[in-house]
Ligand binder design. Structure first.
Ligand SMILES: [Zn+2]
Length: 232
């Protein structure tokens, strides 16, 4: 290796490390965030829409949910430019995130994502309006973790992932637990914990859905362990 090539590689390496340090400092985990209270945010929607509404379309009138979306989004600066729609739909979970249909016809960077929020109280899952504002922030943060994961996958990888997620319970559990961990690493551990605790103690949730959540997502104890390991 010539001296020039060596020096070039050395500076590239130096560059890389200083860059990754910069990235790291952007995502410092401060999990001891205060509990988010709706009262303190209820007048802030115009501010959030102006500064963080780029490529986001929330087709739900509920002010609390809209604000929870933006408060959670501020924990995910990586998603600031990503196209997302949020819609009410009758689904079997409280919320779900997926690429929009026809994603195969778009390039990875132009992909659009969809968050569905269960619209019926009578459904199996947890009704979003029953959750506190703070819990909604955590719940949406979990969906953002899925979207972040999707943005990092090529179309081919996404196809493989979807087929595995649908067909393998092991893959489902791995994906859901990882989404919880990513939300915790984005500073939303407390929010997630509040939602899960409420969920576990809510008799309105069907037993089947409660059991599903217990087997596929992090338990309150596991969330607390993750928080202790990952938070400042
Ligand atoms: Zn999930």
């Amino acid at each position: 290796m010539s001296r020039f090539v060596f020096l070039f590689c050395f500076f590239q390496l130096l560059n890389f490390f200083s860059f990754s340090q910069e990235i790291h400092s952007d995502f410092k985990i401060a999990c001891d965030t205060n509990v988010y209270l709706f009262e303190e945010y209820k007048d802030s929607l115009p501010f959030y829409e102006k500064h963080f509404g780029r490529n986001k379309r929330i087709n739900i009138r509920d002010l609390k949910l809209k604000l929870a979306f933006y408060v959670a989004l501020r924990h995910y600066p990586e998603l600031s430019d990503v196209h997302m729609n949020v819609d009410l739909k009758k689904i079997s979970a409280t919320m779900m995130a997926q690429p929009t249909l026809g994603f195969l016809f778009h390039k990875q960077e132009n992909r659009r994502y969809q968050i569905f929020v269960n619209k019926t109280q009578a459904n199996n899952g947890m009704y979003y309006k029953d959750l506190t504002f703070n819990s909604q922030v955590g719940w949406i943060g979990h969906e953002f973790a899925h979207i972040l994961d999707y943005t990092q996958k090529t179309n081919k990888q996404l196809l493989v992932f979807i087929s595995k997620y649908i067909s393998s319970k092991k893959e489902l559990k791995k994906t859901e637990c990882e989404a919880d961990r990513v939300a915790i690493r984005h500073g939303l551990g407390k929010q997630l914990l509040e939602g899960v605790n409420y969920f576990y103690n809510n008799n309105r949730v069907s037993k089947a859905y409660r059991e599903k959540k217990k087997s596929y997502y992090l338990s309150p104890e596991q969330i607390e362990i993750e928080m202790a390991e990952n938070c400042d």
